[in-house]
Design a protein around this ligand. Structure first.
Ligand code: NAP
Ligand code: ZN
Length: 349
């Protein structure tokens, strides 16, 4: 079984450090990918810290993977050696349940396999993610990368991109809609770019005065500082859709108050208990509070093609693998503009 280098944490309170891991020998429909770049998602940090109570150690995070195909199984038809490809948050699902048949593998009735921290059907143990030099993935979960984009900055599209694109499409954001994006981090900055590209009047809702200028450069028409209750009040009952990327449980009431009658706020960040919701904020104008999880493989490819067409990539800060522990601390302090991407060459030498 081939061994490859990876970065792993042995426990929730341990730093990540180099280890050697196994990747499986190829099955007929597998693609082996030499990893060039991997984005650093806030979920990698939640997972390592066991915030969701399901961590398995050693944990090798990483689900925003860009690389080159180095080997293919005998039945692989979509990819050839040398192709530039991507892998996101999932590497397998049953492919036959109603969710998979409707291209929503993330809600596979039999449980989709996450890129890391899921049961590994082939090797036993658990799956190990993209903070490594190579990965083996069945071809149905491998994505094609548009040729015209800077591939370093494409990596974050595999999670931050699809997680923001999918709800904007699902709730049919269109030209002229007033759309709020809450939280200017990895997900939020992609949310602004997509909402603006879809023609919406895009409003950044942030805790940070300092990021306001950047929000406009990224495509926001205006900015609301969420800590300023006067600014929030001035926008009451005016939004057609709000995408909320705040990574922790919080008080959603001030954001619900911004929605118009019959519209929706979708949560993607807080996968944990929320503070009490005041029913009046939903009942009085028939408002909806919803959630969304990444997106299916077909929609992920659609999102990548949309990015190719509209020249959309992530704003990235490149790091070496050895800098990952500092990068985690900076993400936790909301100090990243707007996604760290690991140059995996640093782990190969
Ligand atoms: P990130 O880069 O850390 O960005 C989060 C942003 O939220 C911060 O930059 C900050 O923006 C704001 N924020 C942070 N703490 C806050 C608080 N206590 N109150 C108000 N605002 C706060 O994180 P990310 O990578 O974008 O991920 C965001 C969340 O989405 C994470 O929890 C991640 O696990 C989750 N996620 C979910 C999915 C899914 O499928 N649903 C997929 C990927 C990630 P400002 O400085 O502008 O206020
Ligand atoms: Zn992610």
């Amino acid at each position: 079984m081939p061994q490859v280098k990876a970065y792993a944490a042995a426990a929730s309170d341990a730093d990540l450090k180099e280890i050697s891991i196994e990747r499986r020998d190829l099955h007929d429909n597998d693609v082996k990918i030499d990893i060039l770049y991997c984005g650093v998602c806030h979920s990698d940090i939640h997972a390592k810290l066991n915030d969701w109570g399901n961590a398995k150690y050693p944990i090798v995070p990483g689900h925003e993977i860009i690389g080159k195909v180095t080997q293919i199984g005998s039945n692989v038809s979509k990819y050839n050696l040398g192709d530039l490809v991507g892998v996101g948050c999932m590497v397998d699902s049953c492919q036959t349940c109603s969710a998979c048949e409707e291209d929503m593998e993330m809600w596979c009735e039999n449980g989709s396999t996450s890129t890391y921290n899921s049961k590994d059907k082939f090797l036993g143990g658990h799956t190990l993610g993209g903070y490594s030099t190579a990965i083996v993935v069945r071809e149905e979960f491998v994505l094609s990368i548009p040729q015209n984009l800077d591939i370093k900055a494409v990596a974050p599209l595999l999670c931050a991109g699809i997680t923001t694109y999918s709800p904007l499409k699902h709730w049919k954001v269109k030209k002229g809609d007033k759309v709020g994006i809450v939280g200017l981090g990895g997900l939020g900055h992609m949310g602004i770019k997509f909402a603006a590209a879809m023609g919406a009047e895009t409003v950044m809702i942030t805790t940070s005065e300092e990021k306001a200028k950047d929000a406009k450069r990224l495509g926001a028409n205006s900015v609301i500082i969420s800590k300023d209750s006067e600014q929030m009040k001035a926008h009451a009952n005016s939004f057609d859709f709000i995408l909320n990327t705040i990574p922790v449980g919080h008080d959603v009431n001030p954001y619900l108050a911004l929605l118009k009658r019959d519209t929706t706020m979708c949560l993607v960040g807080a996968i944990e208990p929320l503070e009490n919701i005041h029913g009046a904020n939903l009942i009085l104008r028939r408002k909806n509070l919803a959630g969304s999880l990444i997106g299916g493989i077909k929609e992920t490819q659609e999102m990548l093609d949309f990015c190719g067409k509209h020249d959309i990539v992530s704003d990235v800060e490149m790091i070496n693998m050895q800098e990952i522990n500092t990068a985690f601390a900076r993400v936790q302090g909301s100090d990243v503009k707007y996604r760290f991407v690991i140059d995996m060459e640093s782990l190969k030498n």
